[in-house]
Design a binder for this molecule. Structure first.
Ligand SMILES: Cc1ncc(COP(=O)(O)O)c(C=O)c1O
Length: 497
């Protein structure tokens, strides 16, 4: 593609994207198509043997893509912890792909590497981390946490774990701790490392679904007494289910006492520590050895953007660096540089930092603080609106996640302790979430609190307004009534609705 053709197609695409962004506030939140319908809409093409003019193909595809996607940029997208992406990220990704630096080594990406260094420094500064923190950008929360896990593994094993691996009997004794609400990345990390998921100690939580430090201490002591090697405790700043923050300062104390690596999974909640009124528990993340934070969650970066930060500047290099003879990147006339392939699992790396760096400059730290505070306020308002709906039951509210469920009036008194009713309400609410998604009106996901399936709205969305939040309970009640009428089993009917 020559430059003039690129210019013409590019201008058209940018116009189309700008129109899409303008429509976004009123657009359907998700496509109504079921998987088979989506496949037939797309049609099936044979792999082209011959090339073709790409302009009409791009035009046709972009229209379909805008129309039939799940739009996490919609102001009524409350599902999972996926932010509404700032448009500057789309421009950043375009620019990054055009120049195409390989941010694996300084010599291959001199400017991009320096921008990544600066972005990481800004992330640390935004969270108020004192001292010399260092880090690496990765694809998202899972990878950021997994990178932290491997840094801890190397730092806390007294033997050469990178050489000996799990063949060494001592490695087989390594165990890791986190709350019962910890995200599933820990299962991937223990699996990938070869320790196996049995190496995880899921510590019980309190009424607010936060890790219980007394249980943590008890379990560590018991494991030590049994000859095992506790090496890592994961505290969570904003759990994936309900947004709970573990008592991080107390966990930090326990880690110090037992000489364990303290990692905080702040993939979701870490940016909220920048608020003046952040809780003391959240501020405890500053005591960590490493922190995962996801700009593609609460800093509104487009996907993918995660970051692992550590206060031990050499830890990542110690955990990941190898020096193959075909990588000669150290000759920079004696000047120090960071070659990112030594700081994480990837060698060839994209320029993820650009969208973070531009985002910071566009919004400023104060802009982020304001948007995050707005999201938290909206989650609390939603909790209030839910409380005013007779057919909704309030669940939790923490950070910017609010949980609740639809409970028909005649089942309300039986909604706890009666298994048949609990099972029915779980089924009913799961169906409501799906029907709401397919309706295109809004998108919620779910959380499990004890034996209850709860609807869960997570607001990491600078486009969401109070009106959007006011509308959500109404939409859910309308859909809930209709589905309840249709699917309620005979044996649960008969009460006054
Ligand atoms: C607390 C927490 N940790 C980790 C993750 C995983 O992040 P990602 O999906 O970006 O890999 C999530 C995702 O929601 C999360 O909420």
């Amino acid at each position: 593609m020559g430059p003039e053709k690129f210019r013409a197609i590019g201008h058209t695409l940018i116009d189309d994207v700008a129109d899409f962004l303008a429509r976004l506030p009123k657009a359907r939140t998700a496509s109504p198509l079921l998987p088979d319908q989506m496949r037939s809409k797309l049609g099936k093409r044979e792999m082209p043997e011959k090339g073709a003019d790409i302009a009409p193909i791009l035009k046709k595809f972009s229209r379909l893509f805008f129309e039939q996607s799940t739009h996490n940029g919609s102001p009524r997208f409350f599902g999972y912890i996926t932010s509404s992406a700032a448009p500057v990220g789309a421009l950043a990704d375009l620019l990054a792909a055009a120049v195409n630096p390989n941010v694996g080594a300084w010599a291959l990406s001199p400017i991009a590497t320096e921008i990544e260094n600066e972005s990481i420094r800004w992330l640390a500064q935004f969270m108020g981390l004192a001292g010399r923190w260092d880090g690496v950008l990765v694809s998202g929360g899972n990878m950021a946490n997994i990178v932290g896990f491997f840094a801890a593994r190397k730092a806390k094993a007294a033997w050469d774990i990178r050489a000996k691996g799990v063949a060494d009997p001592e490695s087989q004794r390594l165990v890791v701790y986190g709350s019962a609400e910890m995200h599933t990345w820990i299962m991937k990390a223990t699996d990938l490392s070869g320790f196996g998921t049995d190496a995880i100690r899921w510590i019980a939580t309190d009424d607010e679904l936060r890790m219980r430090p007394d249980e943590l201490r008890k379990q560590i002591a018991a494991d030590r007494a049994a000859g095992l090697h506790p090496f890592l405790v994961v505290g969570t700043a904003g759990t994936v289910g309900t947004g709970a923050t573990d008592p991080l300062p107390e966990i930090a104390k326990i880690c110090k006492e037992f000489d364990l690596w303290f990692h905080v999974d702040g993939a979701y909640g870490a940016p909220a520590v920048a608020l003046d009124d952040a809780s003391a528990d959240l501020k405890g993340l500053r005591l960590a050895d490493s922190i995962a934070i996801d700009p593609h969650k609460w800093l509104y970066s487009s996907i993918e953007a995660g970051c692992l930060l550590t206060r031990h500047p050499d830890a990542l290099r110690d955990a990941f660096a190898f020096k193959p003879p075909y990588y000669q990147f150290d000759d920079n006339e004696g000047q120090e540089v960071k070659n990112y392939f030594e700081y994480g699992p990837q060698n060839t790396r994209g320029f993820r930092a650009l969208k973070i760096w531009l985002g910071f400059q566009q919004a400023g730290a104060s802009g982020y603080r304001r948007m995050i505070a707005d999201d938290i306020e909206l989650a609390h308002r939603l909790h209030e609106f839910v409380g005013k709906q007779e057919l909704l039951e309030q669940g939790t509210v923490a950070l910017s996640i609010s949980t609740f469920r639809f409970v028909p009036a005649d089942l309300r008194r039986r909604s706890r302790g009666d298994k048949a009713v609990t099972d029915y309400l779980n089924e009913l609410n799961a169906r409501i979430a799906t029907a709401l998604r397919l309706s295109g009106g809004a998108f919620v996901s779910n959380a499990h609190i004890e034996d209850r399936y709860m609807l869960r709205a997570c607001i990491v969305n600078f486009r969401t307004t109070l009106d959007d939040v006011r509308l959500l309970p109404e939409l859910i009640v309308g859909i809930g009534r209709e589905i309840d009428e249709r699917i309620r089993p005979k044996e649960l009917r008969g009460g006054k609705r």
